[in-house]
Write a protein that binds this ligand. Structure first.
Ligand code: CTP
Ligand code: MG
Length: 237
């Protein structure tokens, strides 16, 4: 029962501001992507890591992986990404060898996920769940609005009961065939799916949530870089 991790890392990181592609930015001196690869390779279940690099950044990413010490038991493949996260994940899935039966999809932008979270996702997939997502209860109340012009007041449509909501993280874990089928059969409009499990839901297959972890937060805006570096500093202390 072999498990691979696909790491979409092809985004530009527009919300983080100008600079190198987000996955290649440094956190305490080491590229975010390398932290994310290590987080996946730390799980003894993961035998292959597929990195989906920025479209013209595959050679650079191969060099980075060669430069940084990574566990011997883990193989690495680098493929170029696409225009949307969904396309990037698809390219990663296309690169999987036949021997892989379970797949984790993990954002390069979640470099600090603890190995226990990774393992609990893998365990749930091995126990038979076709799709597993780590998630946390929300601190903020959430409102659905009618989106308006940026900055303009937006009418509120509803307030979902907070206790029933979960903020989802990665790695999301899947039975390989289920995820591949979702990518082949589910049509997503606009900027593509931001959540792989959402595509599996549309297929009609069951998706379950397991506890996520605060340190699996996504580095999205500049303040998140400050938090990520503080978490790393605390780990080293
Ligand atoms: N991603 C990708 N290919 C894309 C877009 C996103 O592989 N075309 C990856 C990102 O590299 C990231 C993950 O998907 O690891 C989550 O996306 P997000 O946090 O939105 O990253 P970016 O798209 O890079 O950021 P932004 O939306 O601010 O530009
Ligand atoms: Mg994005």
């Amino acid at each position: 029962y072999r498990t691979a991790a696909v790491i979409p890392a092809a985004g530009r990181g527009v919300r983080l501001g100008p600079g190198a592609p987000k996955a290649l930015r440094a956190l305490n001196g080491t590229p975010m992507l390398i932290h994310a690869v290590r987080a996946m390779a730390a799980s003894r279940h993961v035998s292959l890591v597929v990195v989906v690099a920025p479209p013209d950044g595959a050679p650079e990413v191969r060099n980075l992986l060669a430069e940084h010490a990574l566990p011997e038991r883990t193989d690495f493949v680098v493929v170029p990404g696409g225009e949307t996260r969904q396309e990037s994940v698809k390219r990663g899935l296309d690169a999987l060898p036949d021997s892989i039966s379970a797949v984790l999809v993990h954002d390069a932008a979640r470099p600090l996920v603890p190995v226990d979270t990774v393992d609990s996702v893998v365990d749930a997939v091995r126990e038979g769940a076709p799709a597993v997502v780590p998630a946390l209860p929300l601190a903020d109340t959430v409102k659905e609005v009618e989106p308006g012009a940026p900055g303009a007041p937006e009418p509120v449509l509803s307030t979902p009961v907070r206790a029933r909501l979960r903020a989802v993280q990665t790695p999301q874990g899947f039975d390989r065939d289920t995820l591949v089928r979702a990518h082949e059969q589910v049509a997503v409009s606009g900027e593509g799916a931001t959540d792989d499990a959402g595509m599996v839901e549309q297929l009609g297959a069951p998706v379950v949530v397991v506890p996520g972890h605060e340190e699996a937060f996504k580095v999205t805006r500049p303040l998140d870089l400050v938090l990520a570096e503080a978490v790393l500093a605390r780990r080293r202390a």
